[in-house]
Design a protein around this ligand. Structure first.
Ligand SMILES: *Cc1c(COP(=O)(O)O)cnc(C)c1O
Length: 342
């Protein structure tokens, strides 16, 4: 499969912007190439456009080559760039599972790309065949998310393999919640599937939603395209510094994840005791989707108690569901205290 043939023509032909830090790479003692102010170190300098230091650390932790890593201003940037690279406005389309993360649709609409939804089946699982049925020769991307938001479940791995094998376009697998999952990342299959793009993020298990840093793992062909079309200095110095700090904190992240998983278990147990809770969907993420008697009323009740959960009542297949993020033990106790009074 040729990635190049999937690209939009303008992107294939694009001569990318060449910035000062692209022309000279390495260490020097005097930098007079980028019209920077020579004062106010270190913030006077433009950041590394390809974030090599950060990528080397990520590479060690994730076991993915630097050349297979793209970094963006949140996963949101990678999502947008994938549309801009592969989807011709008003011509091409994408297929996605439903319900799932809302940004895939919003970004499609911003880019004027038709967004085709395929409802998840029983137990919120998906069928590769149904997604492929919905695709045609203009389908460039298929979006799947595992563990899925807002349903919380990991998708069936055999179906993901089938999709990657049969689809003649790009399969984007969003693994934002993979660190909470009992399943392992698909990153080890990157060499096997040139059409696989995996999204991960610093916003969830890594505890750094505020620095806006998302990762995409893919074949070097796809990564080169994303690097070619991104803003040259898309990841600022503060973010790169804080990412390096975070990456040294692997042990801390592991502890956080363990605590959150044990709290998830406690939360589920306690929720089962409540008479108005009809169902708690199995979760492989740091949140639980809960079906209740009246989601709107419960949501409003909690807001009045200064506790905010996500009301998913209007989302397809999530009628009367609220999505609750697992908090600290103290926060979960406060939540359960109020839930008992509802
Ligand atoms: C939270 C989340 C993200 C993270 O997005 P960022 O832009 O990296 O903060 C990505 N995908 C899904 C499915 C999410 O739920």
């Amino acid at each position: 499969m040729e990635i190049e043939n999937l690209l939009r023509e303008n992107i294939r032909k694009l001569q990318p912007y060449s910035c000062a830090r692209d022309e000279f790479k390495g260490e020097a003692s005097v930098y007079l190439d980028a019209n920077e102010n020579p004062y106010n170190e270190p913030f006077n300098r433009y950041p590394d456009p390809l974030q090599l230091k950060v990528k080397k650390q990520i590479s060690l932790i994730k076991g993915v080559h630097v050349k297979n890593i793209f970094l963006g201003n949140g996963s949101d940037e990678a999502i947008d760039l994938l549309y801009r690279a592969f989807c011709e406005p008003r011509v091409d389309n994408v297929v996605a599972i439903e319900p799932t993360y809302g940004m895939y649709r919003v970004s499609a609409e911003i880019n004027d790309i038709e967004y085709r939804k395929v409802l998840l089946g029983d137990n919120f699982d998906f069928s590769a065949l149904k997604l492929l049925d919905k695709a045609n020769e203009n389908t460039k991307l298929i979006w799947i998310c595992s563990p899925n938001n807002p349903t919380g479940n990991s998708l069936n791995r055999d179906e993901i393999h089938k999709l990657l094998y049969w689809f003649r376009g790009i399969v984007v697998l969003d693994e934002a919640y993979i660190d909470f999952a009992s399943e392992e990342s698909f990153s080890k299959y990157l060499p096997q599937y040139p059409n696989l793009v995996i999204l991960q993020t610093f916003s969830k298990a890594w505890g750094n939603a505020g620095i806006r840093l998302g990762m995409a793992f893919a074949s070097s062909e796809i990564i080169s395209v994303l690097n070619k079309i991104k803003y040259p200095y898309n990841i600022n110095i503060l973010t790169q510094k804080q990412a390096l700090n975070a990456l040294k904190n692997g042990e801390q992240v592991k502890e956080w994840v363990e605590t959150i998983l044990s709290e998830r278990k406690n939360l589920i147990k306690a929720l089962f005791q409540l008479r108005y809770v009809y169902y708690i969907y199995p979760s492989d993420a740091n949140f639980v989707l809960v079906k209740v008697e009246d989601a709107n009323a419960l949501y409003q009740f909690l807001v009045n108690k200064s506790i905010i959960v996500r009301n998913r009542n209007t989302v397809m297949l999530c009628n009367n569901c609220v999505r609750i993020t697992v908090g600290t033990p103290e926060e979960n106790t406060i939540l359960l205290g109020q839930l008992k009074k509802f």
